[in-house]
Design a binder for this molecule. Structure first.
Ligand code: EPU
Length: 427
């Protein structure tokens, strides 16, 4: 658990780490080549550690040194066809389907886990992979997939799912012939994956804003590729909100890629947050005490990311008036709201959203990290609340925020990580 004694003040500058939602797909995609691959700007996250362990158990030698991750060269692409049970603890293990179906004839994969803030169907992934020539059987806890060889085809995604776009991209790279993917997602993390795969030797081009063409190649033979992961736009947004609420004067966020967060910045402006764009990759946010309520709705990129709404909710508890937050991607992603309420926020739930009456002062309380972004939302609240906040289940936060305690300490905020006493378990 995390213990915060608030209110805390921050100042100086903080550097955003590499993007969780870029590095995980890129690690899965790297399995397509037997050549050595070096990744830079890799965040120190629990989900990355879990995926490293899985990849090692599949038979690939991986090492991590600071923020550099190396997938070592292997003689030939030969992975185990049983993905270990650990895969059920992260969402992105599902992308191993795309890479392993390209390199093995059959695989068994545990059902993926990750944040369970909502029902998270995988039909778009399975539909697309089946179109490419995979047979997939869904068991209660496992997926069993096999193929006599993937073949390129035209696939229209029912919804521009981020994960499904990534899975199908990965699966198409070594498939025989040409694949056209229509209605694909266009998050910056997708572009990062495309860039990485093309550097390895894949042939992926955009035919339009939401259509991709992948010309299958027999192997990815480029040697010694080193690739730098893009900064995490959700972590960047988190520090921007912290700067607005808790900076002594201002907080500078380095590796804040302005181009990736345009809608978010527009919303900050509407709410009355004072900030300055220092460069295309850095933002200075000033303490902003005079905030006004607003209404927001999450959308597919380039719209407001669903991952940012729990973070903006804390900001809106400090804004004068009635704010509405709706989430069109995950309409039930509001588990965190009851904990903000427990801390003194005035929030009511309706179908698909919440209504926040501000501004209210927040008080420390014992709360729960319902999921990764819900967890950071209550942590931000704890940093501005009066008194002690105890955040249970905080491992969720470390799934997505690299070196968080250290970064907070460097800008002047103290949070304490503690191991929760669970007593003696009776069997
Ligand atoms: N969907 C389907 N069928 C599918 C796939 C998705 O109906 O086969 C629906 C989902 O239920 C949801 C929408 O499509 O309503 C969007 O889901 P998407 O597939 O785009 O999300 P994802 O790939 O599972 C990634 C991120 C999430 C982020 C979403 C939306 C990971 C590792 N990555 O998930 O990040 O919320 O895109 O942008 O989960 C986070 O970082 O905290 C996080 C949860």
């Amino acid at each position: 658990m995390i213990v915060v004694k608030g209110p805390q003040k921050v100042s100086g500058s903080v550097k955003v780490s590499g993007a969780k939602n870029s590095v995980l797909p890129i690690m899965c995609a790297a399995l397509l080549t037997k050549e050595k691959v070096e990744l830079e700007n890799v965040p120190n996250l629990n989900d990355v550690k879990v995926l490293i362990n899985i990849i090692k158990q599949l038979g690939r030698d991986v090492s991590m040194n600071g923020d550099r991750l190396i997938l070592h060269e292997m003689e030939k692409l030969n992975y185990s066809n049983h993905v270990p049970s650990e895969a059920s603890s992260i969402r992105y293990s599902l992308l191993l389907l795309g890479s392993l179906l390209s390199t093995s004839k059959s695989i068994t994969l545990p059902m993926p886990g990750g944040c369970n803030f909502s029902d998270r169907p995988i039909d778009v992934h399975l539909y697309g992979l089946k179109q490419l020539g995979a047979n997939i059987i869904e068991g209660e806890n496992h997926l069993v997939a096999n193929t006599i060889g993937l073949k390129g085809t035209e696939i229209t995604l029912r919804f521009p799912s981020v994960g499904a776009t990534e899975n199908l991209l990965i699966a198409s790279v070594l498939a025989e012939g040409e694949t056209i993917l229509r209605n694909v997602a266009r998050e910056p993390e997708i572009d990062d994956l495309v860039k990485f795969l093309n550097e390895l030797g894949a042939k992926i081009t955009y035919l339009g804003p939401n259509t991709m063409k992948i010309e299958g190649v027999p192997a990815l033979e480029k040697k010694g590729v080193t690739y730098k992961i893009i900064p995490d736009r959700i972590e960047a947004a988190t520090f921007a909100v912290l700067g607005a609420l808790a900076s002594r004067d201002s907080l500078t966020i380095e590796n804040f890629v302005v181009e990736h967060n345009l809608v978010f910045l527009n919303i900050l402006q509407r709410i009355g947050v004072n900030f300055e764009i220092i460069s295309p990759n850095s933002l200075k946010v000033y303490h902003s005490p005079n905030l006004v309520a607003t209404s927001i709705c999450t959308e597919v990129y380039p719209g407001l990311p669903t991952d940012i709404q729990p973070i903006l909710a804390v900001l809106l508890t400090q804004a004068e008036g009635e704010s509405i937050i709706e989430d069109s991607i995950y309409p039930t992603r509001f588990q965190y709201a009851k904990y903000l309420e427990k801390m003194g926020a005035h929030i009511s739930l309706f179908e698909g959203g919440i209504c926040i009456q501000g501004k209210t002062s927040l008080e420390g309380a014992e709360v729960f990290s319902s999921d990764l972004r819900g967890g950071i939302s209550v942590l931000l609240a704890g940093l501005i609340a009066k008194g002690e906040t105890v955040i249970k289940n905080s491992y969720q936060i470390f799934r997505g925020y690299s070196e968080l305690s250290l970064k907070l300490e460097k800008i002047g905020a103290e949070v304490e990580e503690k191991v929760e006493e669970v007593g003696v378990l009776a069997y």
